[in-house]
Design a protein around this ligand. Structure first.
Ligand code: CO8
Length: 258
């Protein structure tokens, strides 16, 4: 399917989704977010796809929500349409692993979009920020909640109140990103991580994603029980038998998602 604001490529079980509004540093407008939700849903439904990589350009993952689209809107427009609400819910409902490969600016909604992915790999030129305060507003796609959980209150408050950017090294040091690589190696690293994930049992990757996500939503004791029950339930799968047999037979496991 052809998109106006995205380039999508599926190869070797990995869907690569590239945000493509270079004229606006990939600012997120309604068209882009709607198309992104469509593309992610298509990747989820496509049996060939086992992992998804979301990226932008070398200069910008995304420089935020599109200020030009929002500037003249009223409270009635925003609240009445639940602006970006439906699209973000659709992004978050995806059960396949999604890696954000971030180079350049990931600001405002761009930083929030990266944080909605399952993990972030960034290039050494990445810059993260929640600069909405400079526009007389605040984060609206999860920044105040997710960034705080990633980097702690002090750093999150600093970024939200001053609008300062965090460079790649600080992002790695603070736990915002899982890996930091030279810009030239970003896509190789992200695709190699995606291919590694694509080799696993999809039943186990779905369970792992649900279990980690649950840690944000529940108490420790409930989360531990949820994890243990998921662990127990994976013993109903052929992939568990195959994985453990392969270990003992000293060979690579051949998972069949059953
Ligand atoms: N929206 C619209 N257009 C943008 C945006 C944006 N967020 N960012 C950049 N652009 C456009 C510029 O206007 C410019 O276009 P033009 O040439 O037509 O003027 C083009 O992209 C290139 O940008 P610059 O010339 O500014 O490039 P620089 O390299 O000089 O600067 C920066 C790069 C620092 C990234 C700068 O563009 C910038 O500060 N951008 C805005 C960053 C920002 O404030 N982001 C937060 C936006 S608000 C937000 O994200 C809210 C999210 C929550 C929504 C919740 C809904 C419920």
């Amino acid at each position: 399917m052809a998109y106006e604001t995205l380039i999508v490529d599926v190869e070797d079980h990995v869907a690569l989704i590239k945000l493509n509004r270079p004229e606006a540093l990939n600012a997120l407008n309604s068209t882009l977010l709607g198309e992104l939700a469509d593309a992610l849903e298509a990747a989820e439904k496509n049996d060939k796809v086992r992992c998804i990589v979301l990226t932008g350009s070398e200069k910008a993952f995304a420089a935020g929500a599109d200020i030009k689209e929002m500037a003249d809107k009223s409270f009635v427009d925003m609240f009445g349409s639940d602006y970006f609400g439906a699209e973000t819910t659709r992004l978050l409902n995806n059960r396949k692993p999604i890696i954000a490969a971030v180079a350049g600016y990931a600001l405002g909604g761009g930083c929030e979009l990266a944080m909605m992915c399952d993990f972030i790999i960034c290039a050494d030129n990445a810059k993260f920020g929640q600069p909405e305060i400079n526009l007389g507003v605040i984060a609206g796609m999860g920044g105040s909640q997710r960034l705080t959980r990633f980097v702690g209150k002090s750093k999150s408050m600093d970024m939200h109140l001053t609008g300062r950017f965090m460079d790649a090294e600080e992002a790695e040091r603070s736990g915002l990103v899982s890996r930091l690589v030279p810009a030239k190696k970003l896509m190789d690293e992200a695709l190699s991580a995606a291919h590694k994930i694509a080799e696993k049992s999809q039943l186990a990757t779905k369970a792992a994603k649900e279990a980690v996500d649950r840690s944000y939503e529940t108490t420790l004791s409930e989360g531990l029980l949820y994890e243990r029950r998921l662990f127990h339930s994976l013993f109903a799968t052929e992939d568990q038998k195959e994985g453990m047999a392969a270990f003992q037979e000293k060979r690579e496991a051949q998972f069949r998602d059953k």
